[in-house]
Design a protein. Structure first.
Length: 462
């Protein structure tokens, strides 16, 4: 790889004797792949042993994480048991340490690595809001959280400042893995190298300040802000943290500097800003990262409650109560398909009934792609179970289950029907106790209800 000349000159000056190793790691090094295992899923360790890689090498920073690659079309990935994530990126949620019952915001969340990690930490208790400004990326984020089985999650599609009126002073923790110059992506993404210019870090820093201004406004008193980037530029890292503590009532929460115990690489501290951390590609596994944790000592105003006459800006966020004609259908449905293991409320958004977390605010006026768990699709005189429900742990207790083979699953994800003796009606399909979706068993044939937008053909060579 040929690195930009201004980049080489900049870091040669900044790093001195360490620069050759740093530049060589980027120019000639091989990206390290890794994945996390989903502790929200039933028997996840057993399933990893049965369907995962033969050798499991622990990754350095994330809980339940390992080095190596998992295929995006594999059973474990499609069923939400694993998530591919760059090793050093796992440090951000590890630092956040989200707790069950908290209100947490992942402000720049797509494609979902940190959100899925936070959801596992929260054990599906409390409220996790995962936001993404770009609609296509927000859809991918929503799909990944659906597979993951996150039942306490909202997925929103807004610029950060647009969320402030709804969530002012609301969150216990906010994670900002900020859009950046992407220098930590150079050896895995040639486009990042081609797009980098000498003034890119300065331009990114201006955007980061806008995002962080909105983030601070949404913190509750004594709330925590976790800031990170996948770049090495001091303009986007040390300078941003210095700007934060100068302009807002924030103090740095020192992060422990751990050594090489358990095979973990040395965490490097940032001179002058003790307690923040850097990961370098030449020193350990991963592409490199910067992270800091701060505490908010101010008080933000609480948001105004929306009036009943205010119209929604997005049809998916239209709040409606269940009409009387749906109540008996809903009662019968929930006897057959258990509710998520959390307090909540049923709400109808469009053609679907969702189980919305109890701590979620009024969603009118917010573009929402995901509002808890999509439980059922409303059809004429009936409710049909939604794929989202199959991805949640309580679905394992559904009254009707049908064990299928891996070959049947390959037909299922491709959208085909397959045979299975019986006439049970709606069934939760499982492969070795891994829930993979719903089908309808009628006269020995399982009709396919795998979402059309997720279907794919399994490559027999992979």
């Amino acid at each position: 790889m040929e690195l930009p000349k201004p980049f080489i000159e900049k870091y040669s000056k900044l790093l001195g004797d360490e620069a050759p190793a740093f530049l060589a790691a980027i120019a000639t090094g091989t990206p390290q792949k890794a994945f996390r295992v989903n502790s929200l899923k039933p028997a996840y360790r057993q399933m990893l042993t049965q369907f995962g890689p033969e050798e499991l090498i622990p990754a350095p920073f994330g809980e339940e994480s390992y080095l190596g690659a998992v295929g995006g079309h594999s059973l474990l990935y499609q069923a939400g048991y694993v998530y591919s994530q760059e090793p050093s990126a796992m440090i951000v949620a590890a630092i956040a340490q989200a707790q069950p019952g908290e209100k947490v915001l992942d402000l720049c969340a797509a494609p979902g690595g940190k959100s899925t990690q936070l959801a596992a930490q929260m054990q599906n208790q409390g409220l996790l809001v995962a936001n993404e400004i770009f609609s296509k990326r927000a859809k991918i984020l929503s799909e990944n959280l659906e597979r993951w089985g996150a039942t306490n999650c909202l997925v929103t599609n807004h610029a950060p400042a647009e969320l402030v009126p709804k969530f002012s002073g609301f969150f216990d923790r906010i994670v900002v893995d900020a859009p950046c110059s992407g220098e930590g992506m150079f050896r895995k993404d040639p486009v990042a190298v081609a797009e980098w210019q000498a003034d890119t870090p300065t331009k990114c820093a201006a955007r980061q300040k806008e995002i962080l201004t909105a983030a601070v406004a949404m913190l509750a008193p004594e709330g925590e802000l976790i800031y990170s980037t996948c770049t090495f530029a001091p303009e986007e890292n040390e300078a941003i943290i210095s700007w934060l503590v100068t302009n807002f009532p924030l103090t740095i929460i020192p992060l422990a500097i751990e050594g090489t115990a358990n095979g973990r690489p040395e965490w490097g501290s940032v001179p002058g800003l003790e307690g923040t951390v850097r990961l370098w590609p030449q020193q350990g596994q991963g592409e490199g990262h910067f992270a800091a944790k701060l505490r908010f000592h101010g008080v933000n105003p609480t948001p105004k409650v929306a009036t009943k006459t205010k119209k929604a800006k997005h049809k998916k966020a239209e709040k409606t109560t269940l009409p009387k004609e749906l109540e008996p259908l809903w009662q019968a449905f929930t006897k057959e398909f258990p509710l998520p293991n959390q307090t909540g409320r049923p709400e109808r958004f469009g053609d679907y009934i969702w189980w919305v977390p109890e701590s979620a605010p009024d969603l009118r006026g917010i573009r929402v792609l995901r509002s808890g768990v999509q439980m059922a699709q409303v059809k004429k005189n009936r409710l049909e179970p939604a794929f989202n429900l199959a991805m949640t742990a309580p679905a394992v207790a559904a009254s009707q289950r049908l064990a299928i083979t891996l070959a049947d699953w390959q037909k299922y994800v491709a959208g085909a029907t397959f045979t299975a003796s019986g006439n049970a009606g709606w069934v939760l399909l499982t492969v070795a106790d891994i829930p993979v979706g719903f089908g309808k068993q009628v006269q020995g044939v399982v009709k396919n209800f795998y979402p059309k937008g997720l279907r794919f053909v399994v490559d027999p060579l992979k």
